[in-house]
Design a protein around this ligand. Structure first.
Ligand SMILES: Nc1ncnc2c1ncn2[C@@H]1O[C@H](COP(=O)(O)OP(=O)(O)OP(=O)(O)O)[C@@H](O)[C@H]1O
Ligand SMILES: [Mg+2]
Length: 248
């Protein structure tokens, strides 16, 4: 797996620039966490990195390849290599959990025999602890189970990189902890690169190898957890104080 790089990147919508002049590289095989207050542009940045939202300026590179936001060929090739866990789960209510998880296979690898599909779906449902729930519809699952189901779907094509927008938001602390552990173990055992957006301060200390903290229209901090903890920077420290206060 190669790096993902942002070069002189401005992101936003129409005339509104939300983040400007971003330059960073996301390390492969690691968990990078993008943090920042609500409305700071985390989801917008994520969508830009995966080709869903066109940057206002600058470029995103996947390895040597510059994302061409007009090229269906390049975007299509990209989508076969990544998994995405959207902020709202986006499991389809008219499909069972099994069918939801099988969907990327049916769209991107329609030639897959159904036995191979069934094996793969069972495998990823096993990874997230949902084997017995495959016949249920999303509305019959708990919030945490839906998140894990969405994670299983994002993993089903064996992606090199998984992008998660608020994977543990809205979950109770224990379930959120379980989901964080799951991301960590998938990263360790399968070498998956994760880029996770969160405003759950609790998650950061547990899963982040690398932190990008957004503030105002830019990156306030870009570094490792250890560097973040050692920093004397006042905004960073207040971030961590809040983390400590809310931690169990
Ligand atoms: N589709 C859109 N069109 C125009 N503006 C948008 C759109 N989506 C988001 N915005 C604006 O972009 C800014 C950043 O939004 P974004 O969703 O990226 O924030 P966020 O950091 O993900 O917030 P949260 O933590 O609440 O999810 C906000 O001011 C928002 O109003
Ligand atoms: Mg968001």
């Amino acid at each position: 797996m190669e790096n993902i790089r942002a070069v002189d990147l401005d992101v936003g919508y129409g005339r509104e620039t939300i983040l400007r002049n971003l330059n960073f590289t996301l390390p492969p095989g690691r968990i990078t966490v993008i943090v920042g207050e609500s409305g700071s542009g985390k989801s917008t940045l994520l969508k830009t990195l995966i080709g869903l939202t066109r940057p206002l300026r600058g470029d995103v590179y996947w390895g040597e390849e510059r994302i061409d936001y007009d090229s269906e060929r390049i975007l299509g090739a990209l989508y076969r290599r990544i998994g995405v866990l959207y902020q709202n789960n986006a499991l389809l209510n008219s499909l069972t959990l099994y069918e939801n998880v099988a969907l990327p296979i049916r769209i991107h690898r329609p030639e897959t025999p159904w036995t191979a599909e069934a094996d793969r779906v069972r495998e990823v449902l096993g990874m997230v602890g949902l084997v017995g729930a495959d016949h249920k519809y999303p509305f019959e699952l708990s919030g945490g189970m839906r998140k894990r189901g969405a994670l299983a779907r994002s993993m089903v094509l064996g992606p090199e990189i998984v992008f998660c927008d608020e994977p543990s938001a809205g979950l109770d602390p224990l379930t959120a902890l379980g989901l964080d552990d799951l991301l960590r173990s998938l990263q360790r055992s399968r070498g998956v690169t994760f880029v996770a957006v969160t405003h759950e301060l609790r998650s950061i200390g547990r899963i982040a190898d690398r932190i990008l903290l957004l503030r105002g229209d830019g990156i306030h901090f870009d570094g490792t957890l250890a560097e973040m903890e050692a920093s004397e920077d006042e905004y960073l420290r207040s971030f961590f104080l809040r983390t400590d206060r809310h931690a169990d």
